[in-house]
Design a protein around this ligand. Structure first.
Ligand SMILES: [Fe+2]
Length: 248
């Protein structure tokens, strides 16, 4: 168990060294604070106009939805740093959700991985909108990107997952993965998405103590993991995180 913790911590520390070069977890609570440049206010206004009429950008799908997400996120040089960070987060939450599902009885690892992977699919749509609205403008900062994602990525997630004909469970969870406690039919799936998201948040930001406090997370009760396996399940997720982000 300690071996897992050390392994994870070493990777997190190594990641933290370059954190100033990378846009860190865009779901962090304070990520959207900070002033906007004038051109960023124009971009935000443009995105908001489209959100108000549910006019989401819905990039086309391919045979492999995961690869399609990757190509949409990394295939345009405009805001490619943001695309890389979103893909890192997606890779991480897919791996940690799969690891957590290994301790569950109702969701198998493959399904767990899909729930973890596609919860942030809405960011593909939001990034496309951001790229369109900011084309030809100076660089957009993290505060703007976090605001844009925060305001629309769940609604866009439901729209894009539906457009790509992903299973209803995936679309519904993507549409509300932060407010997970208000799910009825897909409560366990939403709890799994939420916990994998929180694990990524804490480990990617090097918040080891917050991560260890997740033994008290309500999601673990909902996942029906036996209490004596809470720590083991988190350690397995931590190990999966370390493997997923290795070399990132
Ligand atoms: Fe999210």
């Amino acid at each position: 168990m300690l071996r897992f913790l050390k392994r994870s911590k070493r990777t997190v520390d190594a990641e933290a060294v370059s954190s100033h070069e990378v846009i860190r977890n865009l779901d962090a609570p304070d990520a959207s604070s900070g002033p906007l440049e004038d051109h960023e206010k124009d971009v935000l206004a443009g995105v908001r106009r489209r959100l108000s009429s549910s006019d989401f950008d819905l990039p086309t799908s391919g045979d492999d939805p995961a690869k399609t997400m990757e190509s949409h996120l990394l295939g345009d040089e405009n805001l490619v740093g943001v695309g890389r960070e979103v893909w890192r987060q997606i890779t991480s939450t897919a791996a940690t959700a799969r690891a957590l599902a290994g301790f569950m009885t109702d969701i198998d690892p493959e399904r767990g991985e899909a729930i973890g992977r596609f919860q942030e699919i809405g960011k593909v749509s939001m990034l496309a909108m951001l790229r369109r609205e900011s084309a030809g403008m100076p660089t957009c900062g993290t505060a703007l990107v976090a605001r844009v994602f925060g305001e629309g990525h769940e609604r866009a997630g439901f729209a894009l997952a539906t457009a790509w004909k992903l299973p209803e469970e995936i679309a519904v969870v993507a549409g509300r993965h932060h407010d997970w406690e208000n799910h009825d039919e897909y409560l366990q799936s939403a709890a799994l998405a939420s916990l994998s998201n929180r694990i990524d948040l804490h480990l990617s930001l090097g918040q080891q103590e917050h991560f260890e406090n997740l033994t008290d997370a309500k999601e673990l009760d909902v996942l029906d993991i036996p209490p004596d396996l809470f720590w083991d399940s988190l350690m397995a997720a931590s190990c999966a995180f370390a493997d997923a982000v290795q070399g990132w």
